[in-house]
Design a protein around this ligand. Structure first.
Ligand code: 13P
Length: 255
């Protein structure tokens, strides 16, 4: 498979960090450092930072994403944000199915699928997260589980729509723990995801799919992970809050 057919994408996931003023400052810090990037660069920010992020990234090579969206267009869903609300602002990306949403907010493969569908219907690019807990890795069911998460999340998604999806493999035990998957472990599961997509669609769809690794990726370990044949990018938590570190990862992704 030819990796150069695929887009390399480095996305920051800021999680619940940064006020609007701080968001502006962080983006101003990132901007000059990634302006010559040879890969796609995205920042996924808290809802309240979206306006500021869109304004600060205008005319730059940085895309802006949200960290979730609801599956309904509108209605009585206190505290939720619809995909249409995001696109109406000019937001281009949305993270769906992050393990923190699944673990702390009760999201299931089924609700993840509904959110993916709504995001696609609104024209958003989706960063779909999958990944196993440590117990599941120790049980030896990582491949089966990640494959199943992928299949359920992509239910009802056409081959054409798949072009708007990036899948992020994030082993839960590696998130925010400083414990990165080895490059081999990351590649092995990214390859399982690609194989699953090949089964669901076809070889061309699988070959064109951008798959990111996420979980304690940093300026030091990024290159080795990103050099793996099935790892096309990164979803970055902690290190995306530090301009120099984030820029170093972007550099490592440039081919
Ligand atoms: P860390 O990079 O902080 O481990 O977070 C990874 C992540 O969850 C990105 O979505």
């Amino acid at each position: 498979m030819n990796k150069n057919l695929r887009k390399a994408v480095i996305a920051g996931n800021w999680k619940m960090n940064k006020t609007p003023a701080e968001a502006k400052e962080l983006i101003e810090g990132i901007k000059p450092l990634v302006k010559d990037a040879d890969c796609d660069v995205v920042v996924c920010v808290p809802y309240v930072d979206l306006s500021v992020a869109l304004e600060a990234t205008k005319g730059t090579n940085i895309g802006v994403g949200a960290e979730n969206c609801h599956w309904e267009k509108s209605g009585a869903f206190t505290g939720e944000i619809s995909a249409d609300m995001l696109t109406s602002m000019g937001v281009q990306y949305v993270i769906i199915g992050h393990s923190e949403r699944r673990t702390y907010f009760g999201e299931t493969d089924v609700t993840v699928n509904k959110r993916v569908r709504a995001a696609l219907d609104s024209g958003l690019n989706v960063i779909l997260c999958v990944g196993e807990y440590l117990e599941q890795r120790e049980q030896g069911i990582t491949a089966e589980l990640v494959s199943m998460q992928t299949k359920i999340a992509l239910g009802g998604v056409s081959k054409e729509e798949l072009k708007k999806i990036i899948i992020a493999y994030e082993p839960v035990w590696a998130i925010g723990t400083g414990k990165t998957a080895t490059a081999e472990q990351a590649n092995e599961v990214c390859a399982v995801i690609r194989e699953t997509v090949k089964d669901l669609y076809d070889a061309a769809a699988a070959e064109g799919l951008t798959i990111q690794y996420g979980g304690s990726m940093n300026a030091k370990n990024a290159k080795e992970l990103l050099d793996q044949p099935d790892v096309d990018g990164g979803l970055i938590g902690g290190a995306s809050l530090k301009p120099a570190d984030f820029a170093e990862i972007v550099k490592a992704a440039s081919r």
